[in-house]
Design a protein around this ligand. Structure first.
Ligand code: TXA
Ligand code: MG
Length: 345
């Protein structure tokens, strides 16, 4: 039997105290869930192998899925990689702090527990004051995957972390709702052309503009089975309900949903969609409003929250509205395809 521990939830009423407690937890080799600008992270001292292993155990994460090291300044970056840094510093200065994770050749000080045995390491500087202060005060990189149980939608608030991790970790820091609600873009800088291994808030179009030579890993585009980011091969972001995508014009989508209801009588259906589409959907269906289809930043920030919310309303099926796979739409569809197992109605 796993030991049940008491999980403390603290907010920023006393910011310095929250920071102090979180640093103490990390120093003692334990885990803390904390806010970043993307999703909440489940943090451990990134240079302490025993603490890192607790992340895998707590989440039920497969041991071949490497973790991201979070840093607070470029001095830390220099210690973690053996790659020449000229070009990389330019990229870091442009996008950090922010939702971009870079893959580099690792240095010796990076524990194998972080990289799952690979000779590369994922690094990012989060754009969140608390996260940065935590790393600075620990004075070491913080290892952190998203603070959910493996397979579930990532948490965008502290209450969701509590749902997944209560009794499993000593401390959760409540820093409110995260801004992006989608995990960082992961880009491999170990070889050219650079490659996006996981789409995120920094879009392919933006990166192409800045870097020139960058491609999207063919797995993301559905063209190959084997992803270069190991995490992309696992079932992910899945709600309790069975989930489907629906695409097409608004009238086509409505027609498909009507058909689906006809074929599946007596089940409770939820819909995760834009306000433009939801206004035409009948009211017997549970709705979660992702805001305007014109505002993909808000849309993306709410999808994980929406999946969890519809689960709380005990629907049997969740139907998610597909968006175009350009700009932020690529990251949104990457998450929704995984949530639904790429099933369309
Ligand atoms: O926004 C984020 O990135 C959040 C916050 C907490 O920072 N973190 C996050 O971590 O999403 P996680 O562990 O859920 O996802 C990390 C992704 C996985 O797909 C993993 O396979 C990939 O990064 N990754 C990590 N190290 C890698 C490496 N050396 N090579 C290729 N992919 C790597
Ligand atoms: Mg994750």
């Amino acid at each position: 039997m796993e030991k049940i521990i008491e999980t403390k939830l603290i907010n920023f009423d006393n910011y310095n105290n929250a920071l102090f407690e979180a640093v103490e937890v990390l120093k003692s080799g334990e885990l803390v869930a904390f806010p970043t600008e993307t999703v909440y992270g489940l943090g451990a001292d990134g240079l302490n192998p025993d603490a890192i292993l607790k992340i895998f155990k707590t989440k039920g994460r497969k041991s071949d899925n490497p973790l991201i090291l979070h840093i607070s300044d470029l001095e830390m970056l220099k210690k973690l990689t053996i790659q020449p840094l000229n070009d990389i510093i330019k990229i870091a200065e442009k996008y950090w702090p922010g939702p971009l994770t870079i893959i580099l050749k690792k240095s010796k000080i990076v524990p194998d527990e972080i990289t799952a045995g690979l000779d590369t390491v994922a690094i990012r500087m989060p754009d969140n004051k608390f996260a940065l202060d935590l790393i600075k005060n620990l004075d070491r990189p913080v290892a952190a995957p998203s603070a959910n149980l493996s397979g579930k939608p990532s948490p965008t608030d502290a209450a969701t972390c509590m749902k997944d991790l209560d009794g499993k970790i000593p401390l959760i820091i409540d820093g409110g709702n995260t801004r992006f609600g989608l995990e960082s873009t992961v880009v491999d800088l170990t070889q050219k052309p650079y490659a996006i291994l996981r789409p995120g808030a920094i879009t392919y179009e933006e990166l192409k503009d800045f870097l020139g030579d960058v491609e999207i890993d063919s797995h993301i585009l559905g063209k190959s089975e084997t992803p270069r980011a190991p995490g992309q091969k696992y079932t992910h972001y899945a709600p309790e309900a069975s989930a489907y995508l629906v695409s097409g014009s608004n009238s086509e989508k409505l027609e498909k949903i009507k058909e689906f209801i006809k074929e599946n009588k007596d089940i409770k259906i939820g819909i995760l969609a834009s306000e433009e589409f939801l206004k035409d959907v009948e009211n017997s269906i549970e709705k979660y409003n992702l805001g305007s289809i014109e505002d993909l930043e808000t849309y993306g920030s709410l999808i994980f929250r929406g999946l969890r919310d519809l689960d709380d309303r005990k629907v049997d099926v969740i139907i998610c509205e597909a968006v175009d796979e350009t700009g932020l739409g690529l990251a949104i569809m990457n998450r929704l395809k995984k949530s639904t197992g790429n099933k369309f109605i």
